[in-house]
Design a protein around this ligand. Sequence first.
Ligand code: ME8
Length: 507
Amino acid sequence: MGRFYITTPIYYVNDAPHLGHSYTTVTADAIARWHRLLGDDTIFLTGTDEHGLKVARSAEEQGRTPIEQADETSARFVEAWDLLDISNDQFIRTTEPRHHAATQALLSKAKENGYIEKGTYAGWYCVGCEAYYVEDDLLDGNCCPIHERPAEWLEEDNYFFKLSAFEDRLTEWLTADGNVVPDGKRNEALGIVKQGLDDVSITRSSLDWGVPVPWDPEHVFYVWYDALINYATAVGYGADDASFADWWPHAHHVIGKDILRFHCVYWPAMLMAAGEEPPSSVHVHGFLLLKGKKMSKTGLTQITPAQLVNDLGVDGTRYYLLRDVPFGSDSDVSFSSMVGRYNSDLANNLGNLLNRVTTVVVKKCDGVGPAPQRDSELAAVAERAYEETAAAWDRFQPSVALDATWNLVRETNAYLERHEPWKMDAGSAEVAAVLGDALEVLRLAAVLASPALTRTTVEIWSRIGLDGGPADQRLPEAAAWGGYPGGLPVVKGAPLFPRLDAVSEDD
Ligand code: ME8
């Protein structure tokens, strides 16, 4: 038992939530839920990044003020996360006064410590990226390599952060195991530092949509330098020192690879400049890429959480994102792989196990669930499944964790096929033994899968007659074989995961 503080990136409010945002947020949510099962005191933070030129321009194009744009889009993120059963403890908006105060406090500290100085900056700026580019990195016609639109020449007096002063400390931090994961991404960050770090401009005077620079009100902080600080704001930086001291050592950031430089180089350096420790870890995932015509007709950023939930249900969507996309690598996604994963793991395995067991308990045991056998051959399988599941969640590897849990489900279906309880005599000791073991596996699977399947595991729990819910259990105690007490009413309900029709990507 301990403290666990996990964050997602805060998303820009120029556009609505999409499949990519959902992937990161569901991943962080499931990891937070796993830690709550372990009894850890957990804070899970997500939110929206509301300042900067990108948001200001997008508001202007839509004929509204930046704050109107931020209010409206931020609400859409809140709505999307409700829809996906995201259990965040806080939703931070960078326009909140508490965040302005924390940003000003942290950067004032860095200035006091001598790491912020005034200078002039001129360079090519891409509004889409909210970042300056060196000429060599631009495409023909001075276009941004990501947005393929012309970068703009900006020239301004502003304040610089002395990033170059942190090369050695960053190298040391990045070299230590476990700070940036996986290794490939850590090496990418080390490579950026090894190339040599230039000081960076962290304020803008050409824009007023941002956090004002407290020592020079003509300027606002550059959006990234306020955004990153949200992680500190949420646990009390500058406002509640005791809370910050308690929580900061347990901060874990989950991000996509597109924002590695900011989180693995700039952010730890900013913290060092302010006299704070870097985060406990940064976990960097790859990108979801669209495969298949059906999805590419729309484009990944047009796939909304609502559409996914409509097609696959809440648990189907969460399970797909967690199980099918190995954390850390890029992954092709397609509608047919979503349906395939749903049918194989949810309908044919977990759903089938529940269906078989409840049907036979109703038929052969008068609907009263028997207790498991102490020396069941499944006990060892369950023990291994727990160990592997726990180790993988601990390493931020949901797909490995769920595969380990599903091994137990698959083995139990095979166990039922070998013993065929449906052919045994009603009321016999034999049938009670086999069904008791299978009910115990359903109990275990409901607990272990609860970080992913927020709804169906609750339903499994109640159909096998247990009180409370799987998420109220505590690990590792709840993973010990034999927790299903027996003598409970078991009901057979409608299939939890009705099979979905296979789809062709040409549809
Ligand atoms: O970068 N696959 O916000 P953002 C996987 N505001 N994940 C994806 C994805 C994809 N195809 N597309 C987006 C910002 N994401 C800043 C962050 S944090 C202090 C400030 C996810 O709205 C992924 O997590 O552009 C990525 O890092 C994030 O959305 C970018 O969100």
